[in-house]
Design a protein around this ligand. Structure first.
Ligand SMILES: [Fe+2]
Ligand SMILES: [Fe+2]
Length: 153
């Protein structure tokens, strides 16, 4: 079994939780039995849609080219999931075709997810963190160069 890299942790509890869950759902597609393919895609699609909706709300607030690219990427992934879901529902789609389709979808997503999280979501997490903590960076410096404090100073 191929070992896929998990999405990097971003230090944002909500995003990290969602990404871990999405990774598990994508990974599970590789082993899904034929009669459970459609429900598995439906679950992944629902969770992906909910996760993107949450990120998209932040991105629309930010605006700009980076946010637009990020929004476009989410939309493209959802469009692919919709297309796969549609094909799986067509009567001419055989079980073998469904298995091949689901395997290639899983492989695509397992490569895409860590990259997307490491590049695009990492930027979003930084912005979310700044807005939570008021945009003030915390800097801790050693006090080695300082002498003893004088009383009352
Ligand atoms: Fe994300
Ligand atoms: Fe994202």
């Amino acid at each position: 079994m191929i070992d896929f890299s998990e999405p990097p942790m971003l230090g944002d509890a909500l995003l990290d939780h969602d990404h871990a869950q999405l990774f598990l759902l994508c990974r599970a597609l590789l082993d899904v039995p034929s009669d459970a393919i459609r429900p598995a895609v439906e679950q992944l699609r629902a969770e992906m849609r909910a996760h993107f909706a949450s990120e998209d709300a932040n991105l629309r607030g930010l605006g700009g080219n980076n946010a637009d690219c990020h929004l476009d990427e989410h939309a493209a992934v959802l469009a692919s999931l919709d297309e796969v879901h549609l094909i799986l529902g067509e009567p001419q789609t055989s079980q073998a075709m469904a298995q091949r389709l689901i395997s290639s979808l899983a492989l695509e997503l397992l490569h895409w997810l860590p990259e997307h999280v490491g590049e695009m979501d990492a930027n979003l997490a930084a912005v979310r963190s700044q807005s939570r903590f008021g945009g003030v960076g915390v800097r801790i410096t050693p006090r080695l160069a300082q002498g003893p404090r004088s009383a009352g100073a």
